[in-house]
Design a protein around this ligand. Structure first.
Ligand SMILES: [Zn+2]
Length: 457
């Protein structure tokens, strides 16, 4: 049995207070990887100790074992606890006695009809709806299922107090996100495949070598093929990597996890959206090659690297611009049960501030000075605004897309035009960029050349 941390105990007390105030359906916000199962286990332990039954609806069968083991360790009377997928419960609704407490995991997407049938079947049970991100893609609130909200600590607080590792966030731009299309709120696999150019895998390897060499990493990709290609690119570069997906057998998966644990595998590439079945404790670097519209997934991806260790800084390398949709994972966020207005640029309840990406080192940060906090490089002034007016914003998005396409065409023409020139003959940013592209030079080269030529200050 392990002791609850102070913030877990605080959340436990907040839940108990809410119950005492008469709330019967409480949404509990708890960031990923901060031990919400331990909080649930404490409630379950006290409930079963008094003879009450508990029921736990998990959203993935892979975590049933993990929850059972935590519950057992924490002293829950397992004779009074039922843990399973929603289907398991719906099949036996008539034979299962009413629980005193009903836990729901990942409650932000667990509000489908099947869940409602189970919840509605037990009017007297206290429902505790846990989620890291009480937010739905359609902006609809949760008043239909919850009558109170208990909010956990902010990620910034958890870092400051040693419960999560601090992060360095890098966003090298290698994917053209302007053509991403959505289906049911999430990007389609086809549109991602079209946006990812073959060289992205090689670049992901290069960036890993530059930014996180030697660190154990997990890379999130968008399908099985891309996971395998990326693993291949790593192996070619001498970095041991293995791909894991829904197609991987349990034996292979266990073998990969064991090899990763002892450091025999450096990088795991993963095409699965839900990764609870893949328990890799020593991840220090996350590589994102999967664009997502889901704040929940974004935080699950990023925070996978944030298990703390003295002196550790986690590294997140975002190749797909997720940071532009959600801000940094460490941002403070405001949660509410109310409806939130759906907006194109923001998928959280808090406003997204524009981030700055250093062209020298890809360090990603909120600008507070003229130099990069990662490498000290001078940051050229760039205008980036997030529109507030929704109508104006829609027009802006369209205009931006056209502009981006036009820019691509100009740049490809410029590439042709600079093919026979020497650096001394380049006289504009477009030519410098085209030349750098042609010769595979880094952004930093363009920046220094432009500075030397007085094109920027
Ligand atoms: Zn920098």
């Amino acid at each position: 049995m392990f002791q609850l941390r102070d913030y877990q105990l605080e959340q436990y007390r907040q839940i108990v207070n809410s119950m005492k105030q008469g709330h019967r359906s409480i949404m509990v916000q708890s960031p990923p990887r901060t031990g919400k199962t331990v909080v649930m286990a404490e409630i379950a332990r006290r409930t079963t100790a008094k003879g009450g039954r508990v029921m736990f609806i998990v959203h993935r069968k892979e975590i049933v074992d993990q929850v059972m083991s935590t519950f057992k360790t924490q002293g829950v009377n397992m004779n009074l606890a039922k843990i399973g997928m929603v289907q398991t419960f719906t099949r036996h609704l008539d034979s299962l006695p009413e629980p005193a407490v009903l836990f729901v995991d990942e409650a932000h997407h667990a509000l489908a009809k099947s869940y409602r049938r189970v919840l509605d079947r037990y009017p007297k049970a206290v429902k505790l709806l846990f989620t890291g991100t009480p937010y739905r893609l359609n902006g609809k609130g949760f008043h239909d299922v919850a009558d109170d909200l208990v909010v956990g600590k902010q990620i910034s607080w958890l870092i400051q107090n040693g419960n999560l590792a601090p992060i360095d966030y890098y966003a090298p731009k290698q994917i053209d996100t302007s053509d991403l299309r959505t289906k049911r709120g999430e990007f389609t696999e086809e549109s991602i495949a079209n946006s990812v150019k073959p060289k992205i895998y090689g670049n992901a390897v290069k960036n890993y070598q530059q930014l996180a060499a030697g660190k154990q990493a997990i890379a999130y990709t968008y399908n099985v093929e891309s996971a395998e290609k990326l693993a291949e690119a790593f192996n070619t570069a001498g970095i041991t990597a293995r791909a894991v997906s829904g197609k991987t057998s349990k034996e292979d998966r266990d073998e990969i996890i064991a090899a990763y644990r002892v450091g025999a595998i450096q990088v795991v590439t993963n095409a699965e959206l839900f990764t609870e079945g893949l328990d890799l404790p020593s991840v220090d670097c996350v590589i994102m090659l999967r664009p997502t519209q889901s704040l929940s997934l974004f935080l699950q991806f990023g925070m996978r690297s944030m298990n703390p260790r003295p002196g550790k800084r986690a590294i997140i390398i975002d190749h797909v611009g997720n940071v532009e949709r959600f801000g940094l994972p460490t941002d403070d966020r405001v949660w509410t049960l109310d409806d939130t207005k759906k907006s194109k640029s923001s998928t959280t309840t808090s406003d997204i501030k524009p981030v700055t990406v250093c062209e020298q080192c890809f360090g990603t940060f909120y600008r507070t000075a003229d130099t990069c906090p990662y490498c000290g490089a001078i940051i050229p002034v760039k205008e980036r605004k997030i529109e507030v007016d929704e109508e104006a914003e829609l027009q802006k998005v369209e205009a931006d897309k056209r502009l981006a396409r036009a820019k691509k065409i100009i740049e490809s023409n410029a590439t042709m035009a600079v093919a026979d020139k020497t650096p001394g003959q380049l006289n504009s940013m477009a030519e410098l960029k085209a030349y750098a592209e042609l010769h595979n030079y880094k952004h930093g080269w363009v920046y220094y050349q432009a500075k030397m030529k007085g094109l920027i200050h």
